[in-house]
Write a protein that binds this ligand. Structure first.
Ligand SMILES: [Zn+2]
Length: 174
């Protein structure tokens, strides 16, 4: 085993850790949501804020991740600086005007938006597969109906999946 391989997370951890982040985001949303009174939730402006914060979360993340040697990643629409500016502006407005407070409470949509984006990324845009070049399990990204290693850019072939199964003794791929 090479020195580089020692730093690799085991396959179950590669699969498990991103879902922990999703769970953390969902829990954050539940905790934040529990702080909001029913009278705020019933205000239409709260729904506007909720939708707006979900959109902001999506725009903070890139729409496409880079595949080495194949495609460039896209930059997120917003940087964290813009995010901070929007958050401060909405907080300031809610301090000035009582009617704008529900807009600020819509912030609960932010962790929800991040969780949705990450879940889509994990279930639709990427897949944990065995990479022959990296000689371990890596996240592969979908491009043109095929899967490419996010680390080396190598294409996934049917055979690599069989190798993965054989290594696993034909058990559940988890
Ligand atoms: Zn690779």
């Amino acid at each position: 085993m090479g020195r580089g391989e020692l730093r690799e997370l085991p396959r179950w951890a590669k699969r498990f850790v991103p879902w922990c982040v999703v769970m953390f985001l969902v829990l954050s949303a539940v905790v934040l949501g529990s702080l909001i009174s029913a009278s705020v939730v019933s205000v239409p402006l709260f729904l506007v804020g909720l939708g707006g914060w979900i959109a902001i979360a999506r725009l903070l993340l890139p729409f496409k991740q880079a595949i080495p040697g194949r495609r460039k990643g896209t930059n997120p629409v917003f940087g964290w600086g813009t995010f901070a500016a929007i958050a401060l502006t909405i907080w300031f407005l809610s301090q000035v005007s009582e009617t704008l407070v529900p807009l600020a409470y819509g912030f609960v949509g932010f962790p929800v938006g991040l969780a949705i984006s990450l879940t889509l990324e994990l279930t639709w845009h990427s897949k944990l597969l065995y990479c022959e070049k990296c000689r371990t399990y890596k996240y592969f990204l979908r491009d043109g109906g095929m899967w490419f290693c996010s680390v080396c850019g190598g294409k996934s072939v049917e055979r690599s999946r069989l190798v993965g199964k054989r290594e696993n003794g034909g058990r559940n791929p988890w």
